[in-house]
Design a protein around this ligand. Structure first.
Ligand code: NCD
Length: 361
């Protein structure tokens, strides 16, 4: 029985209960991702190939001919952006990635303008929209919804790849890919990500980017992760269990300034108080979990400061001028890694390799 067959034969409850790592064969086709739903579906060879592909693509994109070539790759395909949770950067990053590959893009950004207002289920809405396109890119506040749609569509006549652009407080796999790409580029000349100390700071309880990135970092030997947050915003037990099972060293702490000199990368996050009751908003003092210009002398000369953005006050604007602040590079890397991901899903990485070899190799 093929893997795809078993995916569709399972009930949603059975599928959901699987260990995340066991879902890998359902979301990938051999060595290529088919969907991008959870960070756990990516292995190290895939990460390395995606990063190398993104770098080749951005080199090809430097010329008019190169851009024309890229725009021919998926000119016969259509993508749908279903974003029912606030987003502008991730939305535009995916939008631009689709445009670079020549895809035609449509969008739903507000479920209140759709038949969901007439009582239609989210599942029926998305299934309807999927019939018009070849790729679905989804951001929703509902944990696991993108996965559920992948499971649901797998038993229909017309399954399409689904990219999770952020699901609830749980996962943001493509942000984790761009973060890995940024770390890899930042540490290129100093031995790569292996053995580096990565510190996560801020709202680790609801920051889905941190959860997804922590999963991907298990593929890099000897890394050590620090989770630095007030107790009420600490990282979930499930992520710590996953790290323990993978043999990754970690430390949970509330002492930011003390640990700062140890870090090779400091990954700042904002407080996600949109999940709080209105009465609790703004009550937490997070001034001890912020970076200002005065902290820069504590950071290693080869260290980097990252942020998934949007930021609030957790990184002072003066820090932007420091060459170790790489959050604006992350944004640009994000667009290219998304181009690489979509190209790979549709098997166009081979065409990119051939073009690179013929023109730039
Ligand atoms: C993050 C998100 O939406 O999870 N932003 C992003 O996609 N880059 C982080 C956030 O909202 O704070």
């Amino acid at each position: 029985m093929s893997t795809a067959k078993r995916f569709m034969d399972m009930t949603w409850d059975e599928f959901q209960a699987l260990d995340p790592a066991a879902k890998m064969p359902y979301f990938n086709r051999g060595e290529r991702p088919y969907h991008a739903l959870i960070a756990q579906q990516f292995n190290r060879p895939m990460l390395d190939r995606l990063c190398a592909l993104a770098t080749n693509i951005r080199r090809i994109a430097k010329t008019r001919d190169g851009m024309d070539f890229l725009a021919s790759l998926l000119a016969h395909k259509r993508a749908m952006l279903y974003f029912t949770q606030p987003s502008s950067r991730t939305f535009l990053s995916f939008y631009a990635a689709c445009q670079i590959l020549g895809m035609k893009v449509s969008e739903v950004r507000d479920a209140t303008t759709s038949s969901e207002m007439k009582g239609e289920s989210h599942e029926d809405s998305v299934r309807t929209f999927s019939s018009y396109v070849d790729l679905l890119i989804m951001r929703t506040p509902i944990q696991g919804f993108a996965e559920k749609m992948a499971w649901l569509l797998s038993s229909t006549e017309r399954p399409v790849p689904i990219l999770n652009a952020g699901s609830g407080k749980d996962q943001h796999p493509t942000q984790a890919l761009l973060d890995i790409y940024t770390l890899q580029r930042s540490f290129e000349r100093i031995g790569g990500i292996e053995g580096k100390k990565i510190m996560f700071v801020g709202d680790l309880a609801r920051g889905r980017t941190v959860r997804s990135l922590a999963c991907l970092l298990t593929h890099y030997p000897r890394v050590k992760l620090y989770f630095v947050a007030p107790d009420s915003l600490q990282i979930g037990r499930d992520i710590l269990d996953l790290l323990t099972a993978a043999g990754v060293e970690f430390e949970v702490s509330s002492k930011f300034e003390k640990l700062m000199p140890e870090a090779d990368a400091i990954y700042m996050t904002r407080i996600q108080d949109e999940w709080d009751n209105p009465a609790d908003k703004g009550k937490l003092d997070i001034s001890n979990y912020s970076i200002t210009a005065r902290h820069l002398s504590l950071l290693k000369p080869t260290g980097v400061i990252m942020h998934p953005l949007p930021r609030r006050q957790e990184i002072a604007v003066e820090v932007d001028h420091d060459p170790r602040a790489v959050y604006w590079r992350q944004v640009r890397n994000g667009m290219w890694i998304r181009v690489a991901l979509i190209a790979m899903i549709f098997g166009r990485d081979r065409d990119v390799a051939r073009h690179f070899e013929d023109n730039l190799g």
